[in-house]
Design a protein around this ligand. Sequence first.
Ligand code: NAD
Ligand code: TYD
Length: 355
Amino acid sequence: MNHRRLLITGGAGFIGTNFVYHWLQNHPGDRVVVLDALTYAGNRANLASLETQENFRFVQGDIGDRLLIDQLLSQEKIDTIAHFAAESHVDRSILQPGAFIQTNVVGTFTLLEAFRQHWEQQKQPSEYRFLHVSTDEVYGSLNPTDTPFTETTPYAPNSPYSASKAGSDHLVRAYYHTYNLPTIITNCSNNYGSYQFPEKLIPLMCINILQGKPLPIYGDGKNVRDWLYVGDHCSALDIVINQGIPGETYNIGGDNEVENIKLVEMLCTLMDELAPELPVSPSSKLITFVKDRLGHDRRYAIDASKITNQLGWQPSVTVEQGLRLTVKWYLSHFEWWQALLSEDYQAYYQQNYQK
Ligand code: NAD
Ligand code: TYD
């Protein structure tokens, strides 16, 4: 396809922001429309440098607003949806699951219905795409000796977040099988990098180190996650949009399994080396074990051989390189993260860590 016209939902969030920059750098002739409700996790300022660009438009709105979606699809002649918008944080889904069902399940359904109607009105062009960005958490939890998740691992979500993402995955799959809508699903492991909201593990630890606050490790700290640098996720999604086969699912992972406690120790070492001065040094003195997350999944690991073998993608950044880049980004973006430590953030923090 020569020039795509993309609707990027959730483009003011962590991965969405990185993806918008990635796409416009790699496809400067394409049109990008970002639709984002600007929840606590969305930040329009992330995209400020693009707002004067002619091929970029930001729209504040909800994926559940059918009228708005219909208007955008037809006015902007959208041929590709990259669907990132979601409630995305497991801890928040434990405290308040309702919004997860509304956005992740009902919102995705609304978007699918609107895109189906739009695609049918255009006489079902085969190059249209609906990319649904999902998570490895839909597969549940692995034991230490289990083999990593493949695309055929049965779904077994354990949190309201992963259950709502699993529900949306099933709808996306059904729209391909029922209507032949050209949908593709990706299930990715834990991302990290620039613009991640400071309630997820890596930014939270960086910011707490800079503030001399305790570093709360859930349970025994031996839960394992497979970490992927966000830039590598964006390059995988680009390949999937352009070369992926409709109806297929692709697992995306970093092949970087690390225990939480090891990861936090690596961050402490990097902070001690790179930060000009720290309130508490060495920062590992701040590590504090706290009550475990309810239903905490023990281990996630992704087998990404399908996307590597079929589409030629592989991660380019090791966890050591990626963490160094990430720590440097948070050190050079004080204003960005300080603006997010609002009353709402403090209230969430109190509720989550003093439960
Ligand atoms: P995020 O929480 O940082 O961003 C989500 C964005 O969606 C925010 O900008 C928010 O304002 C917007 N949004 C929320 N509800 C909306 C609604 N109803 N309508 C329109 N916009 C809405 O999330 P993220 O970490 O960037 O994740 C993006 C996607 O990738 C999610 O679908 C998530 O499930 C998936 N994913 C994330 C990870 C990860 O490690 N972060 C890993 C795998 C998959
Ligand atoms: P998180 O970044 O919330 O991602 P996810 O739950 O989607 O994997 O958490 C990553 C891991 O870090 C997870 O095992 C929970 C753990 N964790 C802590 O130990 N302490 C914390 O304060 C947070 C936010 C997470």
